[in-house]
Design a protein around this ligand. Structure first.
Ligand code: P4A
Length: 416
């Protein structure tokens, strides 16, 4: 009992300690430069501090979640995974970087990555548990949206660090050094999971083919792909410095949505999906346009909301009929992948016609910095939404207490 108490208070102290530091964002260029002069000791010394800092920053925010959500079993489970991983990493705090320690560190990271494999699903389950057991008001919904964006972004960044270290320094079958990253045969130019010449055209075609496979199975037909560069048909490679798996994730999601919209609207002769790739000075833009009938503006905002996108997984018996695209965290998480290196993902729909989705990637790898959540006083206040008064006519949809209020707070009251 005393021992358990000691461990508990130690970890709590360490959490307080590490959460005082801000995470150190790296640019794609820094990841590459580091990978080219790969030094396992340097990486170890950086990560044994940076990983606990990133973990502690987000664990402090988990603790601020609405109580109802924190009490959900799935959220408790996720919290336990974080506590265990944090504790396992800070054990390296005072260990000298000798070979045995480096090897142990690497396999610990792999272990931690596996432990956290189902975090997105489990957190979604927690949100579902909350929805089914409690009435969720707008304030709580807002806090959850704010939290999950930060939580999943933190997770993307931690996995990026772990992947870079384990791919660069982990043991691998001889002769298969680079190609095991994501199954893309690429002549070994990858630096960890970054491809300094990631071919956007190739990734678009890959994502299209795989979404099309699902589409054909469900609708027995699929729209063609029309590929443009700067608006004219062109299949020449278009290299960018990027993480191919991230780009693939976003494109696959967008193709599934576009195909679903197109197939639901056109039973025969579905119009093609157009992808236009445009390399600019600042951004490389990838615009996907479909003629699937589009959605009203009121819906396009909802597509990025976790609470709205959370629905029970289809049952096993329905597995062969799961729709192509549906309720899941596809879009909000795809947008996080885009924003992670200071890009973005935007939807622009014309109701009655179709939808344009644009992925923006930073064209310059030194400007592609990680975008990381920081735990501090500012972030804290988002978890205590207070009643707000509308200052535009119409409804208030953030913390919406004064839906149609004729009352006014005294000018002295501080509701924010
Ligand atoms: N029209 N346009 C889209 C959808 C509809 C769309 C749609 C009905 C809505 C929900 C959904 C999938 C598709 C699109 C491209 C997009 C997003 C939405 O990127 O054509 O799944 C929940």
């Amino acid at each position: 009992m005393r021992l358990a108490g000691t461990i508990f208070s130690n970890v709590t102290k360490m959490l307080d300690f590490y959460s005082q530091f801000n995470p150190s964002p790296l640019s794609i260029k820094q990841f590459i430069d580091f990978g080219l002069n790969a030094c396992e000791k340097k990486s170890y010394i950086f990560l044994r501090k940076e990983l606990p800092v990133r973990l502690a920053n987000i664990m402090k925010e988990i603790a601020l979640l609405p109580e109802n959500l924190l009490r959900m079993p799935s959220v408790g489970l996720v919290n336990q995974w974080y506590e265990r991983s944090f504790e396992e990493i800070i054990r390296f705090e005072k260990m000298e970087p000798e070979q045995k320690v480096l090897t142990e560190f690497c396999s610990r990271l792999v272990h931690i990555r596996n432990r956290h494999a189902d975090v997105v699903q489990t957190m979604a389950q927690g949100v579902l548990e909350l929805k089914e057991s409690h009435e969720v008001d707008c304030g709580v919904e807002h806090s959850i949206q704010y939290f999950l964006d930060r939580f999943y972004m933190s997770r993307i960044s931690i996995r990026m660090l772990i992947n870079q270290h384990t791919i660069l320094f982990g043991e691998q079958p001889v002769g298969a050094k680079q190609s095991s990253v994501n199954g893309m045969g690429n002549g070994g130019r990858h630096i960890g999971c970054i491809d300094p010449a990631c071919d956007v055209v190739g990734v678009v075609q890959d994502a299209y083919e795989n979404a099309r496979f699902l589409c054909d199975r469900y609708y027995l037909a699929s729209p063609e792909l029309e590929l443009l560069q700067c608006g004219v048909p062109d299949l020449r490679p278009m290299p960018v410095v990027y993480v191919p798996s991230h780009l693939y994730h976003m494109l696959f999601e967008l193709f599934k949505n576009a195909m679903r919209a197109v197939m639901e609207r056109h039973e025969s002769c579905p119009p093609p999906i157009t992808v236009n790739i445009v390399p600019g000075k600042e951004d490389v833009s990838v615009k996907m346009s479909d003629r699937g009938g589009g959605i009203p503006r009121s819906v396009s905002d909802l597509l990025f909301k976790y609470m709205y996108s959370t629905a029970p997984q289809p049952s096993k018996s329905d597995e062969h009929t799961v729709p192509l695209a549906g309720y899941g965290y596809g879009l909000p998480i795809s947008r996080l992948y885009a924003r992670y290196f200071h890009g973005d993902l935007c939807l622009l729909s014309c109701e009655g016609h179709g939808t344009d989705a644009v992925i923006y990637l930073k064209a310059l790898s030194n400007e592609a910095n990680e975008l990381l959540p920081i735990f501090n006083k500012t972030s804290t206040k988002f978890y205590r939404p207070s009643a707000q008064l509308a200052d535009w006519s119409g409804s208030l949809n953030t913390a919406g207490v004064a839906k149609n209020s004729r009352e006014k707070l005294s000018p002295l009251s501080n509701s924010l």
